[in-house]
Design a binder for this molecule. Structure first.
Ligand code: ZN
Length: 383
């Protein structure tokens, strides 16, 4: 089978030859009439669950993690950081074991998992900043506990989101950074000083800036402006149309520039499920028709129910950036942030390429996925 398409990041037409479900070669061609586009497989560093599989239930198994990763391939997400949130020591440990077990059981899953994102439990207990994290398990940074977690995770913890105002947080950040872990500020009630101290200690990312925040806040200074205006910090954005209004997305992308923004889904298990009332993270939540997950009876969001591709579409729509720029926020930018090797966008060894093929509907701002290829092998193909 041969397919022609255009590489959206390089704006180059190519022809891909497949043999037995695998790429045999990718060759540049003069031109193509095909409207099919090619982009690197998407990278999502904040995934709590998907398609009914929840990384944060105490009963999560290796098999659940494998199935979750496989279901993400169907929506174009080829790489991820499974995200484990605030819970008891036992529950967090069990989630780590399941992720490690999944990587051991399935080499393709191991290829897709770039490391674990630990979001919490060292975050603010205050309503609003806390988001949907269970208050009874929120605690101060504890290096001994973290070391035990990292041992159980077999060194896979790659990103930690914490609140820098917690007791002991600054030396804790310094230790994480010395172990090459990306420290993100999030679910925080930090002062301006707390944020600057965290930056000096090596924090480099704001997790879902503008979310995990008070419903009402002093106009300025506050922890959102301080992070937005600090060029040392990258920011991750949930662009599902609910977590941030369109003009806020546009303002944040412009303030941070494309060089310091990344897109995340922050998807929970309800992503890919029908609207209705569910139990999630031990609390009743409501999934609305327009893919919004709220703590029942409140205005607080409890994670998103989109896939990362929808965030790319919305970024084009909300921020007026090009499709190629929006794709870079979910691919190349992650390679820079995490210091990844070439596997994100290098097709020189085409037999190991990681990419998606799709059509772009510019009237409806829709990505129409046709194929996901990982390590040169077709992992998803729309019938
Ligand atoms: Zn969060």
């Amino acid at each position: 089978m041969k397919l022609q398409c255009t590489d959206i990041l390089k704006n180059e037409p190519v022809e891909i030859t497949f043999v037995n479900n695998r790429i045999q070669s990718i060759n540049q061609i003069e031109s193509t009439r095909s409207l099919m586009l090619l982009a690197p497989a998407l990278v999502d560093i904040q995934v709590n669950g998907f398609s009914g599989y929840d990384l944060n239930v105490p009963t999560v198994t290796d098999e659940d993690v494998c199935k979750m990763v496989h279901s993400l391939w169907h929506v174009g997400t080829g790489f991820l950081c499974p995200t484990v949130v605030t819970a008891s020591y036992e529950s967090i440990s069990n989630s780590f074991r399941a992720i490690v077990g999944a990587c051991n059981a399935d080499s393709a899953v191991a290829h897709s998992i770039l490391g674990i994102h630990l979001e919490g439990p060292y975050i603010s207990p205050v309503d609003g900043p806390r988001g949907a994290h269970p208050i009874e398990h929120i605690r101060n940074p504890d290096w001994d506990e973290f070391r035990r977690f990292q041992d159980i995770a077999e060194g896979m913890i790659r990103i930690v989101t914490l609140a820098p105002e917690k007791f002991g947080a600054i030396p804790f950040i310094e230790k994480l950074v010395s172990e090459d872990i990306v420290v993100a500020i999030g679910h925080t009630d930090a002062s301006v000083e707390n944020i600057q101290e965290a930056i000096s200690a090596g924090a480099m990312l704001s997790t879902h800036l503008g979310n995990g925040a008070h419903a009402n806040i002093k106009r300025h200074p506050n922890y959102i402006w301080e992070q937005l205006g600090s060029d040392e910090l990258w920011t991750s954005l949930i662009v599902d149309g609910h977590h941030l209004p369109p003009t806020v997305v546009k303002s944040m992308i412009r303030a941070k520039t494309l060089d310091r923004c990344i897109l995340i889904s922050d998807a929970v298990a309800l992503a890919g499920m029908k609207p209705g009332n569910y139990q999630f993270a031990g609390q009743p939540v409501e999934l609305t028709e327009d893919r919004c997950v709220r703590l029942q009876g409140t205005e607080y969001l409890a994670g998103s129910a989109i896939e990362l591709a929808r965030g790319i579409e919305n970024s084009v729509r909300f921020a007026g950036i090009s499709l190629a720029e929006a794709f870079s926020l979910a691919t190349l930018q992650l390679k820079k942030l995490l210091g990844l090797d070439n596997k994100i966008d290098n097709y020189d060894d085409s037999t190991k390429a990681n990419m998606i093929l799709f059509y772009w509907n510019s009237d409806r701002f829709e990505i129409d996925l046709t194929m996901t290829i990982l390590n040169g092998e077709i992992k998803y193909q729309r019938n």
